[in-house]
Write a new protein. Structure first.
Length: 240
């Protein structure tokens, strides 16, 4: 298996594949998606800054996916940017013949797997961080596994959760809902989970300190020791 770091402007991703051609296809797909998004934002900059659902004007597939997913989740369109770009890269891999591919775009994952894989969870200062992994079975088709955190990373969050991980076959939706749930979920208030009924989200697992909250039918959790060195992040110039 090949593991490759990829960085293009704000997109910072880790790509897993069996074939160098599939790595190249993933990069091409993500670059194309970013370029489509940037062209749209150049003529409609409000799309990039609003925290409210927004309907674009003929934005194309990438912009449309972001807008549709975030409108249903009740957040601004950029809340789905990382998952949507990862999804575009994965579709490129599939078009190139990949049966296995994982793109981790800063904690927002798009994958397809012909084998069982494990996805670890990093949850900042929580004592549960880096201690378990989800077991993703083979042959589940395209899967979005997206995580939002109020305590890790540069993304804006209005919540307090250390990690909210959402599962959906629609990767843009997984990203949008991860943001929405992380914004609202509290240890003493889980009413936001009722909004998931009827959505395309299949499961959600949240970590709030020492507490785990789940909804739907998440993949099995197993004990694991997650290596923090493989967490997707920007390259340190001193190490490059």
């Amino acid at each position: 298996m090949i593991r490759e770091h990829f960085q293009f402007r704000e997109t910072i991703a880790t790509i897993l594949a069996d074939d160098p051609a599939h790595i190249a296809a993933a990069k091409k797909g993500m670059i194309s998606a970013r370029q489509e998004l940037e062209r749209y934002i150049a003529r409609d900059p409000f799309f990039a800054i609003t925290y409210d659902p927004y309907t674009p004007d003929n934005g194309g597939k990438v912009v449309g996916r972001m807008a549709d997913a975030t409108r249903k989740a009740g957040v601004g369109p950029m809340a789905a940017v990382a998952g949507t770009i990862a999804w575009s890269g994965l579709e490129g891999m599939i078009e190139a013949g990949a049966l296995f591919g994982v793109i981790d775009n800063g904690g927002d994952i798009a994958l397809i797997a012909d084998r069982e894989i494990r996805v670890g969870v990093h949850a900042g200062a929580s004592p549960l961080s880096d201690t378990f992994a989800f077991v993703i079975p083979a042959g589940t088709g395209i899967q979005g596994i997206c995580t939002s955190s109020a305590t890790v990373g540069p993304s804006v969050s209005l919540g307090i959760a250390d990690a909210v991980t959402v599962f959906s076959g629609n990767v843009a939706s997984a990203d949008a809902w991860a943001t929405a749930l992380c914004n609202e979920l509290r240890p003493d208030d889980r009413t936001v989970l009722s909004r998931l009924t009827g959505s395309d989200v299949t499961a959600m697992v949240a970590i709030l300190g020492e507490e785990i909250v789940s909804w739907g039918d998440p993949p099995p959790l197993v004990r694991a020791k997650v290596n923090p060195d493989i967490i997707t992040r920007g390259k340190d110039p001193a190490r490059s």
